[in-house]
Design a protein around this ligand. Structure first.
Ligand SMILES: Cc1cc2nc3c(=O)[nH]c(=O)nc-3n(C[C@H](O)[C@H](O)[C@H](O)COP(=O)(O)OP(=O)(O)OC[C@H]3O[C@@H](n4cnc5c(N)ncnc54)[C@H](O)[C@@H]3O)c2cc1C
Length: 494
């Protein structure tokens, strides 16, 4: 039996927005980006009462939704760093997990292109460093080999390093899959719950932390800070000041799907000290993305694009794949890396305080997420958290939104079982009514147009919702018990 909108809204308020917050939790994870969600999922494998506290109204709306979405091998990470270790491990873990969890992943490989003598001379050194991090499959390519693999590359390339295990991964499905698996296995997810203050009771209450949010005060024995750009602020609430986050803005341009045949691999530049540089890459949605820029900014909400940033990207893109600039632009977007004054992840354990800080997860956190989770949970065990594996763990399989596997509109079987999967609502991305309704009724449901976008691809295509946003808003409103005005952000919730 289908729930009506009002019943659905009640269920959401009970299950998602206001989980049982009165009894103390064993662990509270602050921040439901890809990292916090991965940590909650890892903890869900044990007999541990865990709550995942998220300031925003959905999972994965911070840096995790606006990145380049490469599954990195870690070939260019600095050997010996924690980041190098966790990216290598994360590549293996997420690479193995993605197919069974329905997370779109395409192992297209990368070509690191040298455009001058200096960069050409650096390639063997980069290959050696890659081997030191444990990645030995990088191979030097001559200019002729490079052009044979990427005929649309601009003139003047001198050679390349082939990195065959770099891949494309879906940035939207990954945190949602982790959070869904966490919730299905008993983690309480509290959305719209920014942690504003922390009080810690000492003995005899054994360092019970009280985390104040606008709705409730959550008590937890252990706290994991995975607040991304705000990890430094939370760290200070716990009395530490080991790092400061200075957002490093990255602007990106998404080109239309007609541009997709221009490129077979991820085309990388030789990295600089500040960033991995501007790349051109296919996406799991069948577009081409150009970016990101790297610019330190003061404001943690500075996600607007800039004329200068986009102009710089176009100039670089024109050199890398000249024909790309003749293609139409579908969208631009901006992500903020949680950069700090340190060159490595800032993960610190404070066993006496029962607190873990997971900060400075800058340019590689999507890849490293599962390894960070594994590392953090091992650290929690060392800090005294009793960990006993559950007898049963329920795996989830997310609806596929990638281009490499069949989508619902292509499945005669699915459409026969539910005709809503044959009714296309978003024609640019071929998203069906069935998918949108499933997203609104999911374990971690879509409650906004952005939530529907990240779960289905609706509104993400070349018209950017010009033709379908009214229909999508109506569907979302009816299925979630909200008014259309509320869904569009122009009115009050029913
Ligand atoms: C331009 C760019 C390109 C990138 N490319 C790649 C790539 O190709 N591959 C890759 O692996 N990585 C890439 N990254 C890095 C990756 O996106 C990040 O490392 C990762 O998303 C960080 O996840 P997170 O969970 O730590 O942070 P976030 O996703 O920002 O999540 C933190 C969450 O904490 C919440 N929060 C904050 N304060 C509070 C509070 N007080 N109470 C409760 N909740 C709070 C926020 O609302 C947010 O949802 C890129 C990043 C950028 C910006």
């Amino acid at each position: 039996m289908r729930e009506c909108g009002a019943e659905f809204a009640t269920r959401i308020r009970q299950i998602i927005r206001m989980p049982e917050l009165s009894a103390p939790y064993d662990v509270a994870v602050i921040g439901a980006g890809v990292v916090g969600s991965a940590i909650a999922r890892e903890l869900a494998q044990y007999r541990v009462r865990c709550v995942l506290l998220e300031a925003a109204g959905d999972v994965g709306t911070g840096t995790s939704k606006a990145n380049t979405a490469i599954l990195h091998t870690g070939f260019d990470a600095k050997p010996g760093t924690l980041e190098a270790r966790l990216v290598r491990r994360g590549h293996a873990l997420l690479g193995a997990h993605a197919p069974s969890a329905g997370i779109p992943l395409e192992r297209v490989g990368a070509l690191l292109v040298a455009w001058d003598d200096e960069q050409l001379a650096a390639l063997p050194h980069i290959a050696d460093r890659a081997a030191q991090t444990g990645y030995a499959a990088a191979r030097l390519l001559s200019a002729a080999d490079l052009y044979a693999r990427e005929p649309q590359l601009g003139p003047g390339a001198r050679g390349a390093l082939s990195v065959p295990d770099e891949g494309l991964i879906c940035p939207f499905t990954t945190p949602l899959a982790f959070a869904t698996e966490a919730v299905v296995n008993g983690v309480a997810l509290a959305l719209d719950s920014p942690v504003e203050a922390v009080q810690t009771a000492s003995a005899p209450l054994q360092h019970l932390h009280a985390l104040r949010t606008p709705h409730a005060t959550v008590q937890a024995r252990y706290v994991v800070n995975a607040a991304g750009l705000y990890a430094d602020a939370i760290d200070r609430l716990f009395g530490h000041a080991a790092f400061t986050v200075t957002p490093r803005r990255g602007e990106l341009i998404v080109f239309d799907k007609l541009a997709r045949p221009l490129l077979r691999h991820i085309v990388l530049p030789v990295p600089t000290r500040l960033s991995k540089g501007v790349l051109v890459s296919p996406t799991v949605f069948g577009n081409i993305v150009l970016g990101p820029t790297a610019e330190d900014v003061a404001d943690k909400r500075a996600t607007a694009s800039t004329a200068a940033g986009l102009a710089a990207l176009c100039e670089k893109g024109h050199r890398i794949v000249p024909a790309l600039l003749d293609e139409e632009v579908t969208a631009v977007y901006v992500g903020l890396r949680a950069a700090t004054e340190h060159a490595d992840y800032q993960i610190s354990f404070h066993p006496a305080q029962r607190y873990v800080c997971v900060g400075g997860i800058r340019s590689t956190g999507l890849t490293a997420s599962m390894a960070i989770a594994e590392y953090v949970v091992e650290g929690l065990a060392d800090a005294g958290l009793p960990l006993e594996r559950k007898d049963e763990f329920h795996s989830v399989r997310m609806p596929n939104i990638g281009d490499a596997a069949p989508r619902p509109y292509q499945s005669a079987e699915l459409i026969a079982a539910n005709p809503d999967y044959g009714r296309i609502v978003c024609h640019c991305e071929r998203v069906t009514r069935g998918e949108i309704l499933a997203a609104v009724r999911a374990t971690v449901p879509a409650r906004s147009l952005d939530g529907v976008r990240r779960r289905t691809r609706a509104l993400l295509g070349r018209c950017q919702g010009f033709y379908c946003s009214a229909s999508v808003a109506r569907l979302l409103a009816d299925a979630s018990g909200q008014t259309v005005e509320a869904v569009l952000g122009v009115g009050e919730t029913r």
